[in-house]
Design a binder for this molecule. Structure first.
Ligand SMILES: Cc1cc2nc3c(=O)[nH]c(=O)nc-3n(C[C@H](O)[C@H](O)[C@H](O)COP(=O)(O)OP(=O)(O)OC[C@H]3O[C@@H](n4cnc5c(N)ncnc54)[C@H](O)[C@@H]3O)c2cc1C
Length: 331
């Protein structure tokens, strides 16, 4: 399928990119990292930008470096660069693991970490060409209906990117630039449970990079499950990060998931339960059961909520096992 004509810009500096964003109609221009998602959407006519502003030429967004007790990962770094970075592998192996699970080598060579963090939500009814005359347009296509949650008052498209749950579990911060300056926000405040607009990035803003705090004594794991083993989005992904305390116990558990709602989210109820448990084999199972009981999960892509919940429990269990938590004490 052919793309509609558009003007392609490749600015050489962040200032120029922001200028281009400001001078063009924000509703008709789009930022592009590697284009692995937006070009597909443009071909499906789900996005019709007049101008596409590529971020690939911005050297300030293309570096990974240690800055004191943090590592800065530029938003325009490709997923292959992230997974091969010595700093990322050493301090945050789960980010390297999640980057390595995205799509295929070709997608990882083009796709960026910024595009992954800013990835749009997905839905069986939305991510395809129009179905002429068959279905009413859904909320995301400008209509007033959700075909997934029949009486739903909003869009329930799913957030399925691999890297954000790992960044949530590591308490990362995002650096966002706009013409009047920069702002830094905890990644946990970036997302919202809304299928149409799943993050709080404004039209005139660019994600510059991600700052991840270095914690020396952290054990972590990223597990995901998809229908196909390769080139497929996760239908559940679980990132776990836990500090190993000096007394041999574990503390500050962070458990974050993707693929369940319109945003990646921290499972705070489970984190609290884990903190007060003894983490013995049997107790862990009960804690997981209790901790995921109240998460709202809807049927998507033909996968029932109960199956998705069961997979979630298995992934959490496997992740805790990989972190060697079982039998230890979480405090
Ligand atoms: C067949 C296939 C399989 C895939 N499998 C997976 C998978 O398993 N897991 C997964 O997570 N993803 C998957 N993807 C989606 C995608 O390839 C990756 O998420 C990739 O990281 C997106 O990055 P990108 O740079 O190509 O994004 P782009 O397509 O360039 O951009 C995506 C969105 O982010 C915005 N954006 C990009 N960079 C910035 C920035 N710096 N500031 C502000 N906004 C920005 C764009 O405007 C756009 O809205 C798959 C895609 C395909 C086609």
């Amino acid at each position: 399928m052919h793309l509609k004509p558009f003007t392609y810009y490749r600015p050489k500096s962040l200032a120029h990119a922001l200028e281009l964003l400001q001078s063009s109609d924000p509703k008709k221009s789009m930022l592009m990292g590697g284009g692995t998602d937006i070009l597909t959407k443009m071909k499906l006519r789900l996005a019709r930008p007049v101008a596409v502003i590529s971020l690939r030429g911005l050297t300030e967004l293309r570096k990974i470096e240690q800055q004191g007790q943090e590592v800065f990962i530029g938003a325009a770094c490709t997923l292959s660069e992230v997974k091969e970075s010595n700093l990322v592998q050493h301090f945050f192996p789960i980010v390297a693991e999640a980057a390595n699970r995205v799509g295929s080598p070709q997608l990882r060579n083009m796709g960026t970490i910024g595009g992954n963090v800013c990835l749009d939500t997905r839905c069986l009814y939305y991510n395809q060409l129009e179905w002429p005359g068959s279905l009413m347009p859904c909320f995301k296509r400008g209509g007033e209906k959700c075909h997934v949650v029949k009486k739903g008052a909003r869009c329930y498209a799913l957030y399925c990117a691999d890297i954000p749950p790992t960044l949530l579990s590591l308490d990362a911060h995002l650096i966002i630039a706009k013409p009047s300056g920069e702002r830094e926000i905890p990644i946990v405040d970036f997302y919202q449970d809304d299928g149409i607009s799943c993050n709080c990035l404004k039209e005139e803003e660019v994600l510059v990079g991600i700052k991840v705090p270095i914690r020396q004594n952290t054990v972590s794991s990223y597990k995901r499950f998809s229908i196909r083993g390769a080139i497929d989005f996760p239908f559940v992904g679980v990132a776990i990060s836990i500090e190993r305390l000096s007394n041999g116990h574990y503390g500050n558990p962070r458990i974050a998931v993707t693929g369940l709602q319109s945003q990646p989210l921290r499972l705070r109820a489970l984190e609290l339960l884990l903190e007060s448990s003894h983490a013995g084999e049997k107790e862990i199972e009960e804690v997981i059961e209790q901790g995921v009981r109240d998460i709202r999960i809807v049927r998507h892509y033909g996968i029932s909520p109960s199956y998705r919940r069961n997979v979630l429990k298995v992934l959490i269990d496997d992740g805790l096992e990989e972190c060697n938590i079982k039998g230890g004490r979480v405090k």
